[in-house]
Design a protein around this ligand. Structure first.
Ligand SMILES: Nc1ncnc2c1ncn2[C@@H]1O[C@H](COP(=O)(O)OP(=O)(O)OP(=O)(O)O)[C@@H](O)[C@H]1O
Ligand SMILES: [Mg+2]
Length: 508
């Protein structure tokens, strides 16, 4: 699905569009001095894309809480334990809720730690919840500072690591970083360098201009023009925006910022004496209204709101994306199962005895919560042992015939399905019938007699029919499909010692 959102207009009055889908994989950096209009721009981007993609805003000033009323974002106040924050982040991904993570009122150290916990929570989500989402970080230099400062080393380390993860490794997990900063020179280089799209606003300092020119691959002279930009005007560049630097005037927004632009206000009209009294005399002025600091909402309430929050309607998680996620999950599981296929002379272990190890591998490699159960694992292992999928052309795999063979295999006990498919594939391709030993191995046994027993079992139930040619070679027919294998020697001459031993399978 292609979604282009309207950022504003070019100097020629043409609409300037931001390709949301492209943005998901190429990230965005916004820079401009204080008051240049970055937060306004982020708000415009959030409002225009709210219906299309899930959003999370790391909001140091509580500037974006207004989105909740109009667009249904859930506001999460950050004054919580690390565990709570990570649990909330996991729920956010599961339910595709758009949220504002409000860090207002926390000191710098706590802001960094909380933002890191939240970002890590988003990042560590189970694979099946890797839906695309925009992760917007305003004042990114606070969370990924270029230098030291008075922040504790530990807070700096965790926060910088989380921001680096977001920008460098987030894409695969569906996280698209959009970061804004006042001072490019104060933002960690590796974090800035991962963005491929830029919106450059008014910039005064030479050092920031030099960094901007460097990032954009511009002559420093060209970057000088950033000095003359008005509030709300940016130069856009990047695959999701424009291939050449394009000036854009950001359009209006629907929700209000809490931190508006300061306006001039003439001093109060009262005499100097009255003012002196007000300043020097105790008790001369009324008590200021107490600032009401709302208590953080209980986590249970926020969890409920996340569960109920509407997921973006025309979500970018279209069927194709979901299919891609599913295919990736399948590939990962197949890869893990392949590790359990015994090579060479190692003892063959039963699926049941391998299952616990399999679960551990799934956890380590983040397969997600939908992990195959024992029966499914047994079937997959049998198929992997039979090497059925190996080298099977994509067109064959998707052909109606092969799908019917898979369906028929499904009627057999799980551990036998690989053996049947191994034979069926030979039948489909007209390859020689596999040896007894190969059939036994695919079943988890080293005993060739087990291979013969398997053939008898399937033959008696009408899945296949075996014949021997005049040289003792075997041909297997599949009546349901009209396939037959080429003649194959059931006991090849290079049989290993011990083959004649009718050892029982090591199945458990
Ligand atoms: N495109 C625009 N159209 C109209 N008003 C704008 C536009 N861009 C910014 N403004 C106004 O300019 C003021 C400053 O903008 P904004 O708060 O977005 O700046 P900022 O770059 O985020 O500054 P800071 O770094 O200090 O947070 C705000 O009052 C905002 O409403
Ligand atoms: Mg701002």
């Amino acid at each position: 699905m292609k979604v282009g959102i309207d950022l504003g207009s070019s100097s020629a009055g043409q609409p300037v569009r931001l390709d949301l889908e492209e943005l998901l994989s190429t990230r965005l950096l916004v820079q401009g001095n204080s008051g240049s209009g970055k937060s306004h721009l982020l708000r415009r981007l959030l409002e225009q894309s709210a219906g299309h993609v899930q959003q999370a805003i790391i909001d140091p000033e509580g500037d974006f809480v207004g989105l909740a009323e109009r667009y249904g974002h859930v506001v999460i106040d950050a004054e919580r334990t690390q565990g709570e924050i990570q649990r909330l982040a996991a729920r956010v991904r599961r339910h595709r809720a758009s949220v504002v993570f409000n860090l207002e009122g926390l000191d710098a150290d706590a802001q960094m730690r909380s933002a890191a916990a939240f970002l890590n929570g988003l990042f560590d989500a189970e694979r099946e919840y890797w839906f695309p989402m925009l992760v917007i970080v305003d004042e990114a230099q606070l969370f990924a500072p270029a230098g030291g400062g008075e922040i504790s080393d530990e807070a700096r380390r965790v926060s910088l690591a989380a921001m680096t993860n977001l920008m460098c490794r987030g894409r695969k997990r569906g996280l698209a970083g959009v970061i804004a900063t006042q001072r490019l020179a104060k933002l960690a280089k590796n974090v800035a360098a991962e963005a491929s799209n830029f919106l450059m606003g008014r910039t005064f300092l030479d050092i920031d201009m030099a960094r901007a020119a460097d990032l954009l691959g511009m002559e420093k002279r060209q970057a000088e023009s950033f000095r003359d930009l008005n509030t709300g005007s940016f130069v856009a560049l990047g695959p999701a925006l424009s291939r050449r630097p394009l000036p854009v005037r950001v359009g209006p927004v629907e929700t209000a910022s809490r931190n508006g632009r300061p306006e001039l206000m003439p001093p109060p009209e009262m005499g100097a004496a009255a003012l002196q009294d007000l300043i020097f005399e105790d008790g001369a002025d009324p008590e200021p209204p107490a600032r009401v600091v709302p208590a953080p909402r209980p986590i249970t309430e926020i969890l409920e709101r996340i569960d109920e929050a509407p997921a973006p309607e025309a979500a970018l998680a279209d069927p194709e994306t979901l299919r891609a996620i599913e295919a990736e999950r399948e590939e990962l599981i197949a890869d893990i199962v392949r590790q359990f296929v015994t090579e060479g002379d190692q003892p063959i272990r039963s699926a049941a005895s391998l299952y616990q190890d399999f679960l551990v591998h799934c956890r380590v490699r983040r397969v997600g919560s939908r992990v195959p159960d024992l029966a499914d694992f047994t079937r997959r292992l049998a198929i992997a042992r039979a090497g059925v999928d190996h080298g099977l052309a994509c067109a064959d795999r998707e052909s109606g015939d092969w799908q019917r063979a898979l369906a028929q295999a499904g009627e057999l006990p799980e551990e036998m399905q690989g053996v049947f498919l191994m034979l069926a594939r030979a039948g489909m391709e007209g390859a020689p019938s596999p040896t007894d030993e190969a059939l036994a191995r695919a079943y988890g046994s080293r005993s060739p007699s087990r291979g013969r027993w398997l053939l008898t079992y399937m033959e008696e139930r009408g899945y296949l029919a075996c014949e021997s040619d005049f040289r003792g070679k075997r041909v297997v027919r599949f009546p349901a499909f009209g396939w037959k294998t080429a003649a194959g020697d059931p006991r090849p001459t290079e049989a290993r010692p011990g083959d004649s031993r009718a050892a029982e399978p090591v199945r458990g």
